[in-house]
Design a protein around this ligand. Structure first.
Ligand code: PLP
Length: 421
């Protein structure tokens, strides 16, 4: 559910016609709906209201500070995977005791930073990392709170690039070693074992793999208890899917309903790390049609947004609805909607039976709020897009469009190339 709808044939973001937004801010333009963000957060928070829980938004999906503040003010926390994400979360006012930190390659300075901030827990992905956190915590005279990220070897049934809980994936500690790793962790002087974590992948449409992996973790929690190792937090990760095309993803309330019996009264706080479900359908990418070229078996609709703005189609062959901003009777055409980048993989829609778009008109790439701006780049020296937040009939710029000067900002030309002149 989202608040991007047609009114009198014109696409609106909440109460604002998106034509106003493109006229005010130009294109390509990311637009987020405040009330959609709120609604999605509440869907999680209210579904789990009868159980101690913490909703930690996965920053990697969208790290705009305005969005982080919205979730933070609603009591949400942050799931981070880098020092940079920790910095963003803290700058957005998210308290450290609501921050969990995953990622297979945490660097010493990042670990130090997280320890000094006092985060809720590190989701540890290997025994070497555990030893490293123990060492650094010792140097700082602190005890590091940790959960082990357990790889349950469950196929989430999603795209291979976004499945993370299989044996062959780089993530987590193999399920069969986990008990042993916990025993070791429990012996380390500067480590305090507080939780258990899993995240098996993203854009998961069926609850079955989610619940299978949870069952495995709960059996491990029981084995840990027998060893005298109690955990306070069960971090179930993120990963629920959204509707891009015609998928029917589960609602968080279904997840909550199914989880409760598995937890069966165990005294544990459920931490969750949704990314895509909170922001995916709360954002669109607006773009302008620059040219229409007749190919030999299709039209190429060339727009001013490319794979540098929205990488998902090029990267995963992902599908996004592409809607005209003005709805009218149109003929259907067979087309690729492509960007200006010099790569054949630069498309936003491929092999599409699509409503014909006219030169100079605007289109909306739907469901672009997750892994959109956060994965964008300057490839082909294209300044990154602007981002706007709409709340009712108000709109706010939440990130300025980059300039050409921004492209050069960190470049240094050595003196021998007349860099000082
Ligand atoms: N938690 C972890 C550890 C992740 O790696 C990811 C995504 O890669 C997420 C949460 C968020 O996943 P999603 O956006 O599918 O909810």
């Amino acid at each position: 559910m989202h608040y991007f709808t047609y009114k009198n044939s014109l696409l609106y973001a909440e109460e604002v016609p998106v034509s106003t937004l493109v006229e005010t801010y130009g294109t390509p333009l990311y637009v987020y709906s405040y009330n959609t963000l709120l609604r999605h957060f509440k869907a999680y928070d209210e579904s789990f209201k009868d159980y101690p829980h913490l909703v930690c938004f996965a920053l990697k999906a969208n790290s705009n500070g305005a969005i982080l503040r919205i979730f933070g003010e609603m009591g949400g926390g942050a799931d981070i995977v880098s020092g940079g994400e920790l910095y963003r979360a803290r700058k957005a006012g998210i308290p450290p005791e609501r921050i969990v930190y995953a990622g297979v390659g945490k660097k010493d300075d990042e670990i130090r930073y997280a320890l000094s901030e006092g985060i809720l827990m590190f989701n540890v992905e290997s025994e070497q990392e555990l030893a490293n956190i123990d060492r650094i915590a010792g140097e700082l005279g602190k005890k590091a709170p940790v959960a082990l990220r357990v790889n349950p070897d469950i196929d989430p049934g999603t795209h291979p690039y976004i499945s993370t809980g299989l044996k062959q994936n780089k993530f987590g500690i193999p399920f069969e070693h986990a008990l042993e790793s916990y025993k070791q962790a429990n012996k380390l002087k500067n480590i305090s074992v507080v939780g258990i974590h899993k995240h098996i992948g993203s854009q998961i449409i069926s609850l079955a793999p989610f619940l299978d992996s949870l069952n495995r973790l709960v059996s491990l929690i029981d084995s840990l208890k027998e060893e005298g190792i109690g955990v306070k937090y069960l971090d179930i990760g993120g990963g629920l899917g959204i509707q891009y095309l015609d998928e029917i993803p589960p609602h968080p309330s279904e997840l909550a309903e199914k989880i409760m019996p598995i937890l069966n009264g165990r005294d544990i706080t459920v931490v969750m790390e949704p990314g895509r479900t909170l922001v995916g359908n709360a954002g669109i990418l607006l773009t302008k049609v620059l040219y229409i070229k007749k190919g030999h078996d299709r039209d190429f609709i060339i727009v001013d947004a490319g794979m540098n703005d929205l990488a998902r189609p090029a990267m995963y062959g992902a599908y996004h609805h592409i809607m005209p901003v003005y709805k009218r009777k149109r003929k259907q055409v067979f087309a690729d909607v492509v960007g200006p980048i010099c790569e054949s993989g630069d498309f936003l829609g491929k092999d599409r039976e699509i409503q014909a778009l006219a030169l100079g008109e605007y289109a909306a790439i739907m469901s672009a709020g997750a892994y959109g701006y956060s994965m964008s780049s300057n490839y082909n020296s294209r300044p990154r897009a602007a981002e706007v937040l709409v709340k009712g009939s108000e709109h706010y710029i939440v990130r300025e469009r980059e300039s050409f000067d921004d492209l050069l900002r960190h470049e240094i030309i050595p003196d021998f190339l007349n860099g000082s002149k």
